[in-house]
Design a protein around this ligand. Structure first.
Ligand SMILES: CC(C)(COP(=O)(O)OP(=O)(O)OC[C@H]1O[C@@H](n2cnc3c(N)ncnc32)[C@H](O)[C@@H]1OP(=O)(O)O)[C@@H](O)C(=O)NCCC(=O)NCCS
Length: 218
């Protein structure tokens, strides 16, 4: 793949608006009409689970074209032993630069940093198409579930070190940073600070519904 000259670097405070604009471009009408990821980023940066050391952007010719963020969550086994894991997201690449390998670069760059920092597991919801080539597997393969033995089809797990999850059953307790997006009024209010965009239905929203409401049973 021929990539332009790019830089991967930490996000700084003066990037916030540019990164949120980028998220708005990447996520708008993708999974629902409009999007809330720019508000989520705004709130996530202030959340106790947020990890600034893993907040990276990819820049080309002084323009930010991609962003990745992580936060800490917990796994608990059946004996109540806890393990800290990474929750990845949001991850986005500007639509003009998608499918050129920049998402892969951001993931691989931050996986290496995360390992250096002592993390060994990454978990996120997502369309498996975007993640299986990065070594993510279904949560069911690692026996990672929600309370009630629920294995969501979109819950994807990446071991940064092989076999760290060792087959025992783990319950995933994601931090509550994304709960802010349930407040539709707050999302709308924040969105009104950005240039107007038209909300519309797209078929991919149905795909998102199917992925996000499916569970693996066997
Ligand atoms: C999802 C996203 C972050 C991926 O980043 P990207 O730079 O576009 O993707 P990459 O070019 O790095 O490709 C990543 C993987 O996607 C898959 N992929 C690439 N092109 C593809 C295509 N045309 N169709 C389906 N899958 C494709 C491949 O598995 C690829 O890995 P590989 O090249 O090692 O095989 C980016 O497209 C994006 O921002 N999309 C909108 C927002 C979003 O969906 N974010 C993720 C939320 S879960």
């Amino acid at each position: 793949m021929n990539k332009l000259n790019y830089i991967i670097r930490r996000e700084t405070e003066k990037d916030y608006r540019e990164v949120e604009n980028l998220a708005r471009e990447a996520f708008w009408n993708l999974s629902v009409e409009g999007c809330s990821e720019h508000y989520f980023m705004h709130m996530l940066r202030q959340h106790e689970a947020f990890i600034p050391e893993l907040d990276f952007v990819v820049e080309i010719d002084g323009k930010i074209i991609g962003s990745i963020m992580y936060s800490e969550s917990k796994l608990k086994d059946e004996n109540n032993n806890e393990k800290t894991v990474l929750t990845m997201g949001p991850l986005c690449i500007h639509p003009d630069f998608q499918r050129k390998g920049y998402g892969k670069l951001l993931l691989e760059h931050t996986f290496a940093k995360a390992l250096e920092m002592g993390y060994d597991t990454v978990i996120n919801f997502g369309n498996p198409d975007n993640y299986v080539a990065r070594g993510y597997k279904s949560c069911k393969k690692y026996n990672v579930c929600f309370e009630g033995d629920i294995f969501p089809a979109a819950l994807l797990v990446k071991e940064l070190r092989e076999n760290v999850l060792d087959g025992r059953k783990w319950f995933y307790y994601q931090n509550d940073a994304d709960k802010c997006c349930d407040d539709e009024e707050a999302v709308e209010k924040y969105d009104s600070l950005f240039p107007p965009k038209i909300k519309a239905w797209q078929p991919g929203q149905e795909e998102f519904y199917i992925h996000s409401h499916s569970t693996i049973t066997r």
